[in-house]
Design a protein around this ligand. Structure first.
Ligand code: PFF
Length: 434
């Protein structure tokens, strides 16, 4: 079976797929609003420091475990020690839960593309957004269409589906982003948005900001769900992952910065507040688009950009349970995708309805959607990342000297992987669960 495992066509297609996984709603929807809620430039500074020092380590470790074991998550953990099989299961399980709420936001994007292309006039976007999310058939319908798009690409396999989607969608994404940045920077008072992003106010530093930055960094880099482990397991033996790790971190950070440079100048140009939370992209930006010349074209371009990013990430989330089902349980890829479609729908539909008819159904005091977000971002992803670092550092004995030529930096990597990152992840879990 192992010999029949697919491989990436080349290092470039692997990097494109890994960057496609990392760059998603986390960069364009989540990053700007979390930054807006946490003081702008100072959050960015904390975020960048964490990415460069701490997050590099679990990202590298996840790719390395995949590449060394050449197995999907459950098999990878089991091959280190049969007792770890259960920990491996947590990865595809997390994937199913993440996809259930990630794809709801994907559905919202599809609806906004439809709105822009049909040139629908809306007076109050705040009201529109809450009515749409509360609706049953339209919001569930768009969620299922988005899920179907990702499932179809995944069902076509690594080369014909995943590589193809990334090869087409990632350049399209970069192109639209560049165009929108030029447009946003040409608006009056655009410099106020840049100041907000790049002039830190040190008086705003607080502990919560570190937590928010770390949670965002893990999510945006796709760490802690097995997506990078699974993608890493398709790398050919002779290819190094050190440069790829740098490329993924660099590209993901660059795209998050570019998303900010696209969004904040427009917000400040219209005298709006950057701290409106999750509605920033679905309420504040559409309001701006509706007040500029050719706004529906700009709006359609923006939401198509968001869709491209969300699809390439969505595919990587689905690939984790698909890989486990095909390799572990010997189910064909197409059948695995078919089964997953129903499993994810069965969770995503109630989660979508939790904005409307099911809003009184609560799990530990949270709506279904909020619970899924909480369970994955605050608990399962840090937990998976913790197990992964322990397995990589203590059992597989991955060492910095194997890939870092500077001995001091290599030693720092070892200490980070074995002690510092696990400690930070335990603290993140403790605070997140409080
Ligand atoms: N990194 C993706 C984003 O920023 O939208 C989300 C994600 C993809 C998280 C894949 C986890 C994952 F395994």
């Amino acid at each position: 079976m192992e010999n029949n495992r697919p491989n990436w066509t080349s290092r470039v297609t692997f990097i494109l797929a890994a960057v496609g996984s990392a760059v998603g709603l986390g960069n364009i929807w989540r990053f700007p609003y979390i930054m807006g809620q946490n003081g702008g430039a100072i959050f960015l500074l904390v975020y960048l420091s964490l990415i460069l020092t701490i997050c590099f380590i679990p990202l590298f470790a996840e790719l390395a475990v995949g590449k060394i074991t050449k197995k999907e998550c459950i098999g990878a953990y089991e091959s280190v020690n049969p007792k770890f099989k259960f920990l491996g299961f947590l990865n595809p399980f997390t994937g199913v839960l993440i996809s259930s709420f990630y794809f709801i936001v994907g559905g919202w994007i599809l609806n906004y593309i439809y709105l822009s292309l049909s040139n629908t006039k809306i007076d109050d976007f705040g009201n529109y957004f809450s009515l749409f999310t509360q609706s049953s058939i339209p919001s569930c319908g768009f969620t299922l269409i988005f899920l179907l798009i990702c499932i179809i690409f995944t069902a076509r396999g690594i080369k014909k589906g995943i590589e193809f989607a990334n090869n087409v969608l990632m350049p399209l994404f970069a192109l639209i982003l560049a165009g929108l940045i030029i447009f946003s920077l040409s608006l009056p008072n655009a410099h106020l948005g840049l100041e907000y992003m790049f002039k830190p106010d040190f008086s705003k530093v607080n502990a919560h900001m570190f937590l928010a930055a770390l949670g965002q960094a893990l999510f945006t880099l796709s760490i802690g769900m097995g997506a990078l482990l699974t993608y890493g397991s398709y790398i050919k033996e002779d290819k190094s992952i050190t440069k790829s790790t740098y490329m993924i971190i660099f590209s993901d950070t660059l795209f998050a910065l570019m998303a900010g440079i696209m969004i904040f100048p427009a917000i400040f140009s219209f005298g709006l507040e950057p701290n409106s939370g999750a509605g920033l992209v679905f309420v504040t930006l559409p309001y701006i688009f509706s007040n500029i010349p050719h706004g529906s074209i700009v709006s359609a371009a923006f939401f198509i950009l968001l869709l491209a990013a969300a699809v390439t990430s969505g595919i990587s989330i689905i690939e984790v349970p698909v890989a486990s089902m095909t390799e572990r349980f010997k189910i064909s890829r197409k059948k695995a995708c078919f089964i997953l479609f129903w499993i994810i729908s069965a969770i995503a539909i109630p989660a979508s309805l939790s904005f409307g008819v099911l809003d009184n159904v609560k799990i530990i005091g949270k709506t279904i959607f909020d619970f899924l977000d909480f369970a994955t971002s605050n608990v399962l992803m840090p937990l998976n990342a913790l197990f992964l670092c322990i397995i990589a550092g203590w059992f597989l004995k991955i060492r910095g000297e194997q890939f870092i030529s500077n001995r001091f930096l290599a030693k720092l990597f070892d200490i980070g992987l074995k002690y510092i990152v696990p400690l930070i992840l335990v603290s993140l879990l403790y605070i997140g669960l409080k």
